[in-house]
Design a protein around this ligand. Structure first.
Ligand code: 5HY
Length: 254
Protein backbone atom coordinates (compact mmCIF):
# COMPACT_ATOMS: atom_id res chain seq x y z
CA UNK A 1 0.00 0.00 0.00
CA UNK A 2 1.42 3.41 -0.94
CA UNK A 3 2.00 6.06 1.73
CA UNK A 4 -1.40 7.45 2.79
CA UNK A 5 -2.57 11.00 2.29
CA UNK A 6 -0.91 13.70 4.36
CA UNK A 7 -3.29 16.61 5.05
CA UNK A 8 -2.39 19.97 6.50
CA UNK A 9 -5.44 21.10 8.51
CA UNK A 10 -4.69 24.73 9.26
CA UNK A 11 -6.55 26.73 11.89
CA UNK A 12 -5.88 30.33 10.80
CA UNK A 13 -6.46 31.78 14.26
CA UNK A 14 -3.82 31.43 16.98
CA UNK A 15 -5.93 29.63 19.63
CA UNK A 16 -4.15 26.30 20.07
CA UNK A 17 -7.00 24.71 22.03
CA UNK A 18 -9.28 25.37 19.06
CA UNK A 19 -6.68 23.82 16.76
CA UNK A 20 -6.79 20.70 18.92
CA UNK A 21 -10.60 20.58 18.69
CA UNK A 22 -10.35 20.95 14.91
CA UNK A 23 -7.81 18.11 14.82
CA UNK A 24 -10.25 15.87 16.72
CA UNK A 25 -13.01 16.68 14.20
CA UNK A 26 -10.68 16.03 11.26
CA UNK A 27 -9.30 12.74 12.61
CA UNK A 28 -12.82 11.53 13.45
CA UNK A 29 -13.64 11.30 9.73
CA UNK A 30 -10.21 10.81 8.11
CA UNK A 31 -9.44 7.46 6.54
CA UNK A 32 -7.10 5.11 8.39
CA UNK A 33 -4.23 5.89 6.02
CA UNK A 34 -4.58 9.66 6.28
CA UNK A 35 -2.20 11.66 8.44
CA UNK A 36 -3.71 14.91 9.73
CA UNK A 37 -1.14 17.61 10.48
CA UNK A 38 -3.14 20.14 12.54
CA UNK A 39 -1.51 23.53 13.02
CA UNK A 40 -2.11 27.21 13.62
CA UNK A 41 0.21 30.16 12.92
CA UNK A 42 2.27 31.53 15.85
CA UNK A 43 1.16 35.08 15.00
CA UNK A 44 -2.22 36.60 14.15
CA UNK A 45 -5.69 37.06 15.66
CA UNK A 46 -6.85 34.73 18.48
CA UNK A 47 -10.12 34.39 16.61
CA UNK A 48 -11.40 35.57 13.26
CA UNK A 49 -14.63 37.54 13.51
CA UNK A 50 -14.89 39.76 10.45
CA UNK A 51 -12.92 41.32 7.62
CA UNK A 52 -10.08 42.89 9.64
CA UNK A 53 -9.23 39.63 11.43
CA UNK A 54 -9.40 37.88 8.09
CA UNK A 55 -6.91 40.30 6.51
CA UNK A 56 -4.57 40.04 9.50
CA UNK A 57 -4.45 36.24 9.44
CA UNK A 58 -3.94 35.84 5.68
CA UNK A 59 -0.14 36.42 5.46
CA UNK A 60 0.38 33.83 8.20
CA UNK A 61 -1.93 31.39 6.44
CA UNK A 62 0.22 31.62 3.31
CA UNK A 63 3.43 31.02 5.27
CA UNK A 64 1.94 27.87 6.82
CA UNK A 65 0.55 26.61 3.48
CA UNK A 66 4.00 26.95 1.89
CA UNK A 67 5.58 25.20 4.91
CA UNK A 68 3.09 22.32 4.71
CA UNK A 69 3.84 21.82 1.02
CA UNK A 70 7.60 21.82 1.70
CA UNK A 71 6.99 19.13 4.32
CA UNK A 72 5.16 16.95 1.79
CA UNK A 73 1.49 17.60 2.58
CA UNK A 74 -0.69 16.39 -0.31
CA UNK A 75 -3.50 18.90 0.32
CA UNK A 76 -4.42 21.76 2.64
CA UNK A 77 -7.65 22.41 4.53
CA UNK A 78 -8.07 25.99 5.75
CA UNK A 79 -10.22 25.44 8.82
CA UNK A 80 -11.98 28.77 9.27
CA UNK A 81 -15.41 29.56 7.90
CA UNK A 82 -14.21 32.78 6.27
CA UNK A 83 -12.01 30.69 3.95
CA UNK A 84 -9.23 33.25 4.60
CA UNK A 85 -6.37 33.13 2.09
CA UNK A 86 -7.80 30.22 0.07
CA UNK A 87 -7.60 32.02 -3.27
CA UNK A 88 -4.08 33.31 -2.59
CA UNK A 89 -2.94 29.93 -1.26
CA UNK A 90 -4.03 28.26 -4.51
CA UNK A 91 -1.61 30.55 -6.32
CA UNK A 92 1.38 29.30 -4.29
CA UNK A 93 0.35 25.69 -3.64
CA UNK A 94 0.48 22.68 -5.94
CA UNK A 95 -1.80 20.42 -3.89
CA UNK A 96 -5.52 21.19 -3.52
CA UNK A 97 -6.43 23.99 -1.06
CA UNK A 98 -9.89 23.65 0.43
CA UNK A 99 -11.72 26.16 2.65
CA UNK A 100 -14.26 24.68 5.06
CA UNK A 101 -16.97 27.11 3.93
CA UNK A 102 -16.65 26.08 0.29
CA UNK A 103 -16.54 22.38 1.19
CA UNK A 104 -19.64 22.75 3.39
CA UNK A 105 -21.65 24.72 0.82
CA UNK A 106 -20.86 22.38 -2.06
CA UNK A 107 -21.66 19.35 0.10
CA UNK A 108 -24.93 20.87 1.34
CA UNK A 109 -26.01 21.69 -2.23
CA UNK A 110 -25.90 17.98 -3.11
CA UNK A 111 -28.36 17.00 -0.37
CA UNK A 112 -30.58 20.06 0.05
CA UNK A 113 -32.07 22.59 -2.35
CA UNK A 114 -32.32 25.10 0.50
CA UNK A 115 -29.74 25.36 3.27
CA UNK A 116 -28.95 27.99 5.90
CA UNK A 117 -25.66 28.85 7.59
CA UNK A 118 -25.52 29.49 11.35
CA UNK A 119 -22.36 31.35 12.31
CA UNK A 120 -21.02 33.14 15.40
CA UNK A 121 -21.29 36.95 15.45
CA UNK A 122 -22.86 39.55 13.16
CA UNK A 123 -19.54 40.97 11.82
CA UNK A 124 -18.84 37.55 10.29
CA UNK A 125 -22.03 37.56 8.20
CA UNK A 126 -21.08 39.91 5.29
CA UNK A 127 -17.89 37.95 4.59
CA UNK A 128 -19.82 34.67 4.53
CA UNK A 129 -22.44 36.20 2.24
CA UNK A 130 -19.61 37.13 -0.13
CA UNK A 131 -18.49 33.50 -0.10
CA UNK A 132 -22.05 32.36 -0.84
CA UNK A 133 -21.96 34.52 -3.98
CA UNK A 134 -18.42 33.45 -4.90
CA UNK A 135 -19.39 29.75 -4.68
CA UNK A 136 -22.54 30.23 -6.72
CA UNK A 137 -24.82 29.37 -3.81
CA UNK A 138 -27.05 32.45 -3.76
CA UNK A 139 -30.04 30.36 -4.82
CA UNK A 140 -29.43 27.40 -2.48
CA UNK A 141 -28.29 29.31 0.60
CA UNK A 142 -31.48 30.87 1.96
CA UNK A 143 -29.96 32.60 5.01
CA UNK A 144 -26.79 33.36 6.94
CA UNK A 145 -27.65 33.83 10.62
CA UNK A 146 -25.40 34.85 13.51
CA UNK A 147 -26.17 33.05 16.76
CA UNK A 148 -24.47 35.91 18.63
CA UNK A 149 -21.86 33.57 20.11
CA UNK A 150 -18.20 34.69 20.14
CA UNK A 151 -15.85 32.21 18.47
CA UNK A 152 -13.86 31.61 21.65
CA UNK A 153 -17.05 30.91 23.64
CA UNK A 154 -17.20 27.69 21.61
CA UNK A 155 -14.14 26.32 23.41
CA UNK A 156 -16.26 25.00 26.28
CA UNK A 157 -19.80 25.79 25.07
CA UNK A 158 -22.21 26.50 27.92
CA UNK A 159 -25.80 25.29 27.79
CA UNK A 160 -26.77 28.85 26.87
CA UNK A 161 -24.26 28.91 23.99
CA UNK A 162 -25.52 25.61 22.65
CA UNK A 163 -29.13 26.84 22.94
CA UNK A 164 -28.33 30.04 20.96
CA UNK A 165 -26.91 28.00 18.12
CA UNK A 166 -29.73 25.47 18.16
CA UNK A 167 -32.38 28.22 18.29
CA UNK A 168 -30.78 30.09 15.35
CA UNK A 169 -30.81 26.86 13.38
CA UNK A 170 -34.45 26.18 14.35
CA UNK A 171 -35.37 29.71 13.23
CA UNK A 172 -33.68 29.07 9.87
CA UNK A 173 -35.63 25.83 9.42
CA UNK A 174 -38.90 27.50 10.26
CA UNK A 175 -38.64 31.12 9.07
CA UNK A 176 -36.25 30.63 6.13
CA UNK A 177 -37.64 27.20 5.17
CA UNK A 178 -34.13 25.73 5.13
CA UNK A 179 -33.90 21.96 4.63
CA UNK A 180 -30.37 21.62 6.04
CA UNK A 181 -28.01 23.56 8.32
CA UNK A 182 -24.34 24.39 7.82
CA UNK A 183 -22.31 25.17 10.96
CA UNK A 184 -20.57 28.44 10.13
CA UNK A 185 -17.54 28.13 12.42
CA UNK A 186 -14.83 25.52 12.78
CA UNK A 187 -15.29 25.80 16.53
CA UNK A 188 -18.82 24.37 16.26
CA UNK A 189 -17.53 21.04 14.90
CA UNK A 190 -18.20 19.10 18.10
CA UNK A 191 -21.86 20.19 18.18
CA UNK A 192 -22.87 18.67 14.83
CA UNK A 193 -24.07 15.22 15.99
CA UNK A 194 -26.29 16.56 18.79
CA UNK A 195 -27.74 19.32 16.58
CA UNK A 196 -28.52 16.83 13.81
CA UNK A 197 -30.27 14.57 16.33
CA UNK A 198 -32.32 17.36 17.88
CA UNK A 199 -33.16 19.26 14.68
CA UNK A 200 -33.79 16.11 12.65
CA UNK A 201 -32.24 17.60 9.51
CA UNK A 202 -28.81 17.16 7.90
CA UNK A 203 -26.19 19.29 9.69
CA UNK A 204 -23.10 19.88 7.53
CA UNK A 205 -19.87 20.59 9.38
CA UNK A 206 -17.10 22.18 7.29
CA UNK A 207 -14.00 20.56 8.78
CA UNK A 208 -15.36 17.07 8.11
CA UNK A 209 -16.62 18.00 4.64
CA UNK A 210 -13.26 19.55 3.73
CA UNK A 211 -11.20 16.58 4.98
CA UNK A 212 -13.26 14.12 2.90
CA UNK A 213 -13.11 16.37 -0.17
CA UNK A 214 -9.34 16.67 0.24
CA UNK A 215 -8.97 12.87 0.46
CA UNK A 216 -11.15 12.46 -2.62
CA UNK A 217 -9.16 14.94 -4.69
CA UNK A 218 -5.85 13.32 -3.71
CA UNK A 219 -7.25 9.85 -4.44
CA UNK A 220 -8.32 11.07 -7.90
CA UNK A 221 -4.85 12.48 -8.49
CA UNK A 222 -6.32 15.99 -8.81
CA UNK A 223 -4.30 19.03 -7.77
CA UNK A 224 -4.68 22.77 -8.31
CA UNK A 225 -4.44 23.61 -12.01
CA UNK A 226 -1.30 25.69 -12.60
CA UNK A 227 -2.74 27.51 -15.57
CA UNK A 228 -4.68 30.77 -15.55
CA UNK A 229 -5.63 32.30 -12.23
CA UNK A 230 -3.73 29.74 -10.08
CA UNK A 231 -0.52 29.80 -12.13
CA UNK A 232 2.50 29.86 -9.82
CA UNK A 233 5.16 31.14 -12.25
CA UNK A 234 5.46 34.86 -11.59
CA UNK A 235 5.88 36.80 -14.87
CA UNK A 236 8.99 38.47 -13.38
CA UNK A 237 11.63 37.56 -10.82
CA UNK A 238 10.43 37.89 -7.24
CA UNK A 239 12.68 39.00 -4.41
CA UNK A 240 12.48 37.94 -0.79
CA UNK A 241 12.25 40.81 1.69
CA UNK A 242 15.73 41.87 2.75
CA UNK A 243 16.47 41.26 6.44
CA UNK A 244 15.02 44.25 8.31
CA UNK A 245 18.51 45.46 9.34
CA UNK A 246 19.67 45.59 5.73
CA UNK A 247 16.40 47.18 4.64
CA UNK A 248 16.75 49.90 7.32
CA UNK A 249 20.33 50.58 6.18
CA UNK A 250 19.34 50.83 2.52
CA UNK A 251 16.47 53.15 3.47
CA UNK A 252 18.89 55.35 5.45
CA UNK A 253 21.29 55.33 2.50
CA UNK A 254 18.35 56.80 0.50
C1 5HY B 1 -13.86 30.23 12.26
N1 5HY B 1 -13.62 32.39 12.93
O1 5HY B 1 -14.31 29.19 11.74
C2 5HY B 1 -14.42 31.58 12.02
C3 5HY B 1 -15.90 31.65 12.25
C4 5HY B 1 -16.37 33.07 12.17
O2 5HY B 1 -11.76 32.03 14.25
N2 5HY B 1 -12.81 30.35 13.08
C5 5HY B 1 -12.65 31.61 13.48
O3 5HY B 1 -16.95 33.52 13.14
O4 5HY B 1 -16.14 33.70 11.12
Amino acid sequence: MGRGTRLLVLNPNTTATMTRAIAVAARAVAQAGTTVVARNPEAGPASIEGPRDQALCTPHVLVEVARGEREGCDATVIACFDDPGVEAARRIATGPVIGIAEAAMRTAAVIASRFAIVTTVAPAVPGIEELVARYGATRTCVAVRAADVPVLALERPSAATYRRIRDSAADALRADRADAIILGCAGMAGLAPRLARELEVPVIEGVAAAVKLAETLVALGLATSKRGSYATRAPKGTRDAAPSRQRAKSLRAG
